[in-house]
Design a binder for this molecule. Sequence first.
Ligand SMILES: [Zn+2]
Ligand SMILES: [Zn+2]
Length: 276
Amino acid sequence: MGSVLPPDNHVHTEWSWDAPAEASMVRGCEQALAAGVPAVAFTDHLDFTTGTEADRITAEHIDPRPYARMHVLDVPGYLASVQECRRRYPDLRILTGAEIGEAHLWAASAQAVVAGAGFDRILGSLHAIPFGGKLTAADELFRRMPADQVMRLYFAELLRLVEGSDIFQVLAHLDFPRRMWPWSAAPYDERAYEPEIRAVLHALADGGRILEMNTKSPLASAELLQWWREAGGTAVSFGSDAHQPWRVGDRFKLAVDMAEAAGFRAGRDRFDFWRL
Ligand SMILES: [Zn+2]
Ligand SMILES: [Zn+2]
């Protein structure tokens, strides 16, 4: 028997506003079966473009500045698509979900959507940071300030996200801006942000929540997983963050090796998170 692969708990489909033309839930299911993951969670983006009076983004007078193509997830359409895939692929466990961006700023809007959806997996993400009164994408911040300053802003806001929202169970791509790390900057040095990262991990562990091993980002280091354990973290989730079907389960064997080396294991329930 080969090694057991974990569920892919972070996959996008044509229901995400940033989905490329090739995104397809059906093909994502086929790739999940081919890759040998026991389950796939379709966590399409749940982002908002206009705040309600009850959202912090409105109260704090932050301009959301959404991308032109950004639109709120069509939950009924998405759920119907999941049902159809469950009919077509009975051998695959298909979980519902969403990846909520900046949930602490959009708490009321997010709660209104999530309340009736019955999602199996909710991921919390920080893709943009309030800066100069505007919600600003991480890649734009790199054009405005030194890279290490972007990371400090990022981790500070990430702590506010974790402390300020309990709507999500899994914290996605902890060091997201690394994906856009400028070639002109000195190489990313995780230890330079150790206090900030540990603070985020502590807040996450205190809420009994889960750290994601995101295989689209640079893989989590052994040291980061050690910090997670020292913070009281007891579980990890694996996510390819695939926006193209062929990336479902991508680099999972590497991520599994990292998690196992840090002491995390599959449980009796192969659809569950991996735990200590
Ligand atoms: Zn994301
Ligand atoms: Zn994602």
